[in-house]
Design a protein. Structure first.
Length: 578
């Protein structure tokens, strides 16, 4: 038996705000041994991140109050009582003996410092080495986490990288001091499946080499199957089940665990409605969990045929030879010598009423293509025809008017929400700008209906973005995009930050809204199982070009190109639907 690295004993955490106390953790007990990977699974708001942040004392106090319990850390010989340690002791172990990979890389990286200098800072803080050695170590770490052009990325700023590349910089920073305990808070959320596979293998390799303990927080049960030794399932601040990974995945005992396993899109064909937690359990008046024995799931849903010939006649969106180039190298006189071809001569059509999936690795140009279609970024060449209008030549006034019909759900919910604006006001803002409602009362009523549709409630209207979990913020962004009832949506990784149960709710919601409003969408994601479930056709993108396209089921089950085959094979815990 390996010696214990971390022991959390009877930990209870309260959040106090406006004189009211809310219990976030209730009597949590967790042990992590050296050389062990422990996965913590649960819905947004279940207490996973609160538990992880408590280990490093990163929760602001107030509002966080540690009502009871102990956190005992033994990174070397001596045991540290984290809750009783001074700030000096905590600083010495943060990023050194205990490191953490955060969920949202854009809000975790400093936007005014280069990526290389931020990783170097962590190395120099805890190691007595020169700047040159620290720089070399940083570039080596960038190579290990599969970043393209490691020496070049050393000098780039976070905004110059894709979402997945930023996450890899965060992983390199966490690994920089070879910690005894690594806390991973959704570390592969923004990564495409091929890089995700490499990162999981890297964490496994480093864990074995250094006899490192790992707490791996995730909503992806496929990832759990790939990496975890033990699994802890949390629900509303409590641990409801704990067992080996094999037993949890094959013989779950608690109804909540059964629900999480059943919610995965990979297990269900298109015509089946995804089950959600409420199908498996309910809460009685005393707060006790009651299992539903005869859950009527899954239910059939009405979806349009996946054959393009059966769609509503007409093309809503037509892309012809679209190009988005960025200068990558200039001469002494400032003339551009070479370009980075983010989108390189792309052409395709989107039919009215269909959902078109767009998949590919990080940096392949998916997000750039989506934003170029909505004219959020300038194009280098090509044409964009939307509903018969050519968007690259219309005036700004005409383009603003079209914004009511064309909306985007952004990848990073935290950076796309104004931290000084309540979420109710954020959702109501587009309604007010476009004059779609007559009074503040009507706006509030519509916002409350939208909040309910995405799994939140009217009581959340006056709260600010920082008061929500990552998954809850993603739901808020989805509600805001739906506020104008657009005819065309670009969903840029719109469910990537959601746990599987909420993801199921949102995918069901998209099916319902599609049936009700007959909207058209481009669904961008790195999760091919989700894209297969929600999309009618799929485009596979690599290095700015479309390398394969076709029916969603056909692409998923019988990929033709080698690149697509590599993407499919990299899906963790892949399940083939017959």
């Amino acid at each position: 038996m390996q010696p214990s690295l971390l022991k959390i004993k009877n930990l209870s955490v309260d959040f106090v705000s406006s004189g009211k106390s809310t219990r976030a953790l209730q009597q949590v007990n967790i042990t992590v041994n050296r050389g062990e990977i422990v996965a913590i699974v649960g819905e947004s708001g279940s207490g996973k991140s609160v538990t992880a942040l408590s280990v490093l004392q990163l929760l602001p106090s107030p509002p966080a109050v540690y009502a009871e319990g102990e956190i005992l850390l033994t990174p070397e010989k001596d045991t540290i009582d984290v809750l009783k340690s001074s700030e000096e002791v905590l600083r010495s172990i943060r990023g050194n003996r205990v490191a953490m990979i955060f969920q949202e890389p854009m809000s975790s990286l400093n936007p005014v410092l280069t990526c290389g200098s931020q990783v170097m800072e962590a190395i120099l803080l805890h190691n007595n080495i020169s700047n040159d050695d620290a720089k070399q170590r940083t570039i080596e770490l960038f190579e290990k986490v599969q970043l393209p052009d490691p020496a070049g990325i050393f000098y780039r700023y976070p905004h110059q990288l894709s979402g997945g590349q930023k996450q890899r910089v965060m992983i390199a920073m966490a690994m920089s001091c070879e910690p005894s305990l690594l806390i991973c808070d959704e570390p592969t959320t923004a990564l495409d499946v091929t890089v995700q596979k490499n990162i999981l293998e890297l964490i496994r390799e480093l864990q074995r080499q250094n006899n490192m303990g790992v707490i791996f927080i995730t909503h992806d049960l496929g990832v759990v199957a790939e990496i975890a030794d033990r699994v802890i399932v949390m629900y509303k601040g409590r641990i409801v089940e704990e067992n080996s990974t094999v037993n949890i995945l094959n013989s779950p005992q608690h109804p909540y665990t059964k629900a999480l396993l059943a919610c995965r899109p990979a297990l269900h064909p298109k015509e089946e409605r995804l089950p959600v937690v409420s199908d498996f359990m309910e809460i009685d008046s005393n707060g006790n969990i009651i299992e539903k024995i005869a859950a009527d799931i899954p239910k059939k849903i009405e979806v349009k045929p996946t054959l393009v010939s059966n769609y509503t006649p007409g093309v809503l969106l037509k892309i012809e030879g679209l190009k988005v180039y960025y200068p990558s190298k200039k001469s002494f006189l400032g003339r551009v010598k070479t370009y980075t071809k983010a989108v390189d001569d792309v052409s395709f059509e989107v039919y009215k009423g269909e959902i078109l999936g767009l998949v590919g690795e990080s940096g392949c140009g998916k997000t750039t293509l989506g934003r170029a279609i909505l004219r959020l970024i300038d194009t280098t060449g090509g044409q964009i025809h939307f509903n018969g209008r050519e968007l690259t030549t219309i005036s700004e006034k005409e383009l603003r008017e079209l914004r009511k019909q064309m909306q985007i759900i952004f990848q990073d919910p935290y950076s796309s929400l104004n931290p000084r604006m309540t979420i109710g006001d954020a959702i109501a803002e587009p309604l007010q700008v476009h004059g779609l409602v007559n009074s503040s009362k009507e706006r509030k009523e519509k916002v409350n209906r939208l909040l309910e549709k995405v799994g939140l409630g009217a009581e959340h209207y006056s709260r600010y973005p920082h008061e929500f979990s990552g998954g809850q913020r993603q739901r808020i962004v989805i509600a805001r995009a739906l506020a104008l009832e657009p005819s065309f949506l670009v969903c840029d990784e719109s469910v990537s930050a959601l746990d599987v149960s909420v993801q199921a709710q949102v995918l069901n919601l998209l099916h319902d809204l599609r049936k009700e409003f007959n909207f058209t969408a481009i669904f961008i994601s790195h999760d091919l199982s989700v894209v297969r479930y929600i999309s009618d056709r799929i485009l596979v993108m690599n290095k700015g070009k479309i390398v394969e396209s076709g029916n969603a089921e056909e692409i998923y089950l019988n990929p033709k190109s080698e690149y697509t085959k590599k993407l499919i094979e990299s899906i963790p815990g892949r399940v083939v639907i017959e």
